[in-house]
Design a protein around this ligand. Sequence first.
Ligand code: FES
Ligand SMILES: [Fe+2]
Length: 350
Amino acid sequence: MIKGMLILEEPIWARFWYPVALEGNIGSEPVRRTLLNHPIVLWREPDGAVVAAIDRCPHRDAPLSSGWIEDGCIVCPYHGWRFDGTGALRLLPQSPELSSLGNRYEIQTVNARVLHGAVWVNLSRPVAEIPAIPSLQPGWRYIPEFDEEWETHAARLMENSFDPAHTVFVHRKTFGDGRNPAVEVPSLEERPYGFSMSNRLSVANPDFARTVTGDSGDYTLRDTVTLFFAPFIRVMISTYPAGVVHAIVTAATPVNEHRLRLVQWVLRNDREEDAPESELVSFDRRVTREDRELLESIWAPYSSEVNANVHMRADRASIALRRLWGKISAGTWLPETVEEVGEDGLRVIG
Ligand code: FES
Ligand SMILES: [Fe+2]
């Protein structure tokens, strides 16, 4: 065991809510996900609610996610037992006359909710509500982006997401402004849900970035407020000089100790006619691919000990992240949920 690794099997981590899928990806088939090493199956009930359950049939352990949905129930692919959204066995086809077989015949459901265009799951007794991340406001649009697994620790993507110094290098082919790698040291403010970071960055603005920025020059300025919702959500609200706001919600949901599921969507204050969704997604795809390639190339195991690495002034947020994760592990920090509406109309909490 590496000293300072986040031990995600500690029960505290299971008590947070995590986005496990974009809502649009849960349709008429069961969907498999893994959260904190627990295989889970998701499916939709006829009223649109999403059910989450441990992906194991009590009969012979078959994964229910390989089955199908009938009458709002999940059907096990092995012998066809049928379970409803409460987890109860509704039909045992081999003995259809049997009913109420008792709770040993149930599947284990877990907390699931649809909110903000994502499906959120909590495997245990929640320590708090689903965080009050910025939600869709009138006149804004929701753009679903990514729902995929990466071979890196969730904490590494969070550190990367609060790291203003990497853009010049990792994103040199997209928006990194290579003229000046010295970055402003970001300012951080503690918040009841984590912290917020503000910074201003000069960014390159090549042709394919102009839909995103709403600007036509070769370079532009990005004013960014980045919110950290512990333990693994980043909301980056970037405002460009033309008044366009591009807010990216990035959830690095821990699949296990070395993999994450990226669930990402965007909120924008303009319209499809101003900036086609396909172009916005394709730009963010390029950028996330750059981060992914770098992060997946790191072979060393992740340690959240502050002293496990050396730092520079611009790493202030990474250090704050490590300290906060340490407190969560130690059981000395819990989030609070407070809502307010920011000046730009996006709901933020303070
Ligand atoms: S394993 Fe599921 S019905 Fe037999
Ligand atoms: Fe990046």
